[in-house]
Design a protein around this ligand. Structure first.
Ligand code: NAD
Length: 309
C-alpha cells in the first residue's frame, strides 16, 4: 500500500477541528487535505470519526478511526474488500481514567448534589452519613485494556481496593484480584463501584443486566465509559427505580444523544455526561502520533499498529 494522499474526513469535527490534525501532520509525507464525502476521489486513506459508504465507493485502502471503538464500521465488508481499518486504542488511559475517577469522586464526596443545589442558591446539607471517601472502597473494573488499566491505576492511587474482570483472568498492575467473565457476578457482588471498559462486541452486548444488578450491592454505583449497549438500559432503569443499586455515572447510552424522554435524566443519583470521557484539548495530537506512526510503517512495509481488520 502507498499513502500519497491522506484525507482528514470532516466528520472529525465532532471531536476537534479537522484543520488542527491537518496542521499537526503537515510534516508527514502524504498530502493531508480536509475532505468531505465527495472529495475522497484522490485519497488512498482517510482519518475519520464517522463511517461513510463513500469510503468504499472511493476504493480507499486504509481507514483510521479516531475512536477506540469500531462497532459502527462494517468489518466483514472491509475484510472482503481488503480495506485496512486501524483504531485509536492506547491513548485514552489518562483522559478516561481521570473521568471515571471523577464520577466516582462526585458520588462519594456528593459534588453533584452541591452543583444541583447551587443552581437554586440552596445551602443544603447532606445527611451526616451520606458522604464517604473512595479510600478503602472496592472497585471492580470490567475490561482491563487501555481504559480499564487507566481507571485501575488512578483508583489504586486513591487507596481503592481494585479488582477486575479480564478474559484471560491473568493479573494486571493495580488490581488485587482478576476474575474471568464467567465469574462476572461474583466479581461485582461486593464492589461499591463497577466500571465498564470493554469494547462493544457480540460477547459484551447486554453484558450487564438484571442479574448483575441483582448481584450488586444496594449501595453500589455503575460507571459506564465503554458503550451504551454493554448495559441493558431498561434493566438499569428498573434497578435504579427499585433501589437495587445506588446510582450510575453514564457517559454512553443505547441511543445518543440520550433522548429527551429518557428516565435516566431524572434520577438524583445518575450523572449523565455526553460521551465525552475521552475529550481533551490535546486529543488531535495523540491521533496525529498514531497516524504518523502508521504512515511510517506503511512506507517501510511493516505491519500497522492498532490494526482491527
Ligand atoms: P482496548 O482494546 O485497549 O481494551 C479493551 C479490553 O477489553 C481488552 O483488554 C479486551 O481483552 C477486553 N475485553 C473484551 N471483551 C471482554 C469481555 N467479554 N470481558 C472482559 N474483558 C473483555 O480498548 P480501550 O481503548 O480500553 O477501549 C475499550 C472500549 O471503550 C472501546 O472499544 C470503546 O468502545 C470504549 N471507549 C469509550 C470512550 C468514551 O469516550 N467514553 C473512549 C475510549 C474508548
Amino acid at each position: 500500500m502507498q499513502v500519497r494522499r491522506l484525507g482528514i474526513h470532516e466528520s472529525v469535527s465532532a471531536v476537534f477541528p479537522p484543520e488542527r490534525l491537518r496542521d499537526a501532520l503537515s510534516d508527514a509525507d502524504p498530502a493531508v487535505p480536509v475532505v468531505g464525502d465527495d472529495e475522497l476521489g484522490d485519497c488512498d486513506a482517510v482519518v475519520t470519526f464517522a463511517y461513510s459508504d463513500a469510503f468504499l465507493d472511493a476504493d480507499l485502502r486504509w481507514i483510521h478511526s479516531i475512536q477506540a471503538g469500531y462497532d459502527r464500521f462494517p468489518l466483514d465488508t472491509f475484510e472482503e474488500r481488503g480495506v485496512a481499518l486501524t483504531n485509536s486504542t492506547g491513548i485514552h488511559d489518562t483522559s478516561v481514567g481521570e473521568f471515571a475517577v471523577g464520577l466516582m469522586l462526585s458520588f462519594a464526596r456528593r459534588l453533584h448534589t452541591y452543583v444541583r443545589n447551587q443552581q437554586s442558591r440552596e445551602w443544603s446539607l447532606p445527611a451526616w452519613d451520606e458522604p464517604f471517601t473512595l479510600d478503602g472502597e472496592r472497585l471492580c473494573v470490567v475490561g482491563l485494556g487501555t481504559l480499564g488499566q487507566g481507571i485501575a491505576e488512578r483508583a489504586d492511587a486513591l487507596g481503592m481496593e481494585v479488582v477486575g474482570v479480564r478474559r484471560s483472568g491473568d493479573p494486571t498492575p493495580h488490581t488485587q484480584a482478576v476474575y474471568t467473565p464467567d465469574d462476572l457476578r461474583e466479581a461485582v457482588s461486593d464492589a461499591r463501584f463497577v466500571a465498564l471498559a470493554v469494547p462493544l462486541t457480540d460477547e459484551t452486548e447486554g453484558l450487564v443486566g438484571a442479574e448483575e444488578f441483582d448481584a450488586m450491592r444496594e449501595d453500589a454505583y455503575l460507571v459506564n465509559v465503554a458503550r451504551g449497549p454493554v448495559v441493558a438500559e431498561d434493566e438499569l432503569v428498573a434497578a435504579l427505580r427499585d433501589d437495587e443499586i445506588a446510582g450510575a455515572g453514564l457517559d454512553v447510552f443505547e441511543e445518543e444523544p440520550l433522548p429527551d424522554d429518557s428516565p435516566l435524566w431524572d434520577f438524583e443519583e445518575v450523572l449523565v455526561t455526553p460521551h465525552r470521557a475521552a475529550a481533551e484539548r490535546d486529543y488531535y495530537r495523540h491521533i496525529a502520533g498514531l497516524v504518523r506512526e502508521n504512515v511510517e510503517r506503511v512506507t517501510e512495509g511493516e505491519e500497522m499498529t492498532n490494526r482491527v481488520v
